[in-house]
Design a protein. Structure first.
Length: 146
């Protein structure tokens, strides 16, 4: 018997690519239709973002012509309470302070592995640039939460 329950368990990245391609859209087309940047769409489709801010999810849903709850189903479900607010704040601060240092590394507060970090460049509703530090661990479920 073939067990196929992957419809409900595909990754956010895979889900977005599938929906975009089903609509016949390029990454650029989806960026235009959703009001997100090409970099944001690429980040989602490459699996860099495992869950989305509400506004990003809403814009993406608009561009994909689906309900934002469909997107939320594919976001990574993790208990983020295992890292303290102070740990998250410290990681955010370190990423922002060291963003130009190519040798900068920071370790996961849960398992000690090197975190994968970046700074997302977003714009608020008044077109002001907002720098949002992002971090995730490749070995455990830790992800820096907003």
């Amino acid at each position: 018997m073939h067990k196929n329950n992957t419809k409900n368990h595909i990754s956010l990245a895979h889900f977005v690519v599938q929906k975009r391609e089903a609509l016949g859209l390029s990454v650029e087309d989806l960026a235009d239709k959703s009001g997100l940047s090409v970099n944001e769409i690429n980040s989602i489709e490459q699996g860099m973002d495992l869950f989305l801010a509400t506004t990003v999810r809403q814009k993406l849903a608009k561009g994909l012509k689906i309900d934002n709850k469909e997107i939320k189903k594919h976001e990574k479900k993790t208990d983020f309470s295992i890292a303290t607010k102070a740990q998250n704040d410290e990681i955010r601060e370190q990423i922002l302070l060291n963003s130009t240092n190519p040798n900068f590394t920071i370790t996961c507060p849960l398992c000690g592995e090197k975190l994968i970090t970046r700074i997302a460049k977003l714009y608020d509703l008044e077109d002001n640039l907002v720098l949002r530090p992002k971090a995730r661990c490749s070995k455990c479920p830790f992800q820096l939460v907003d």
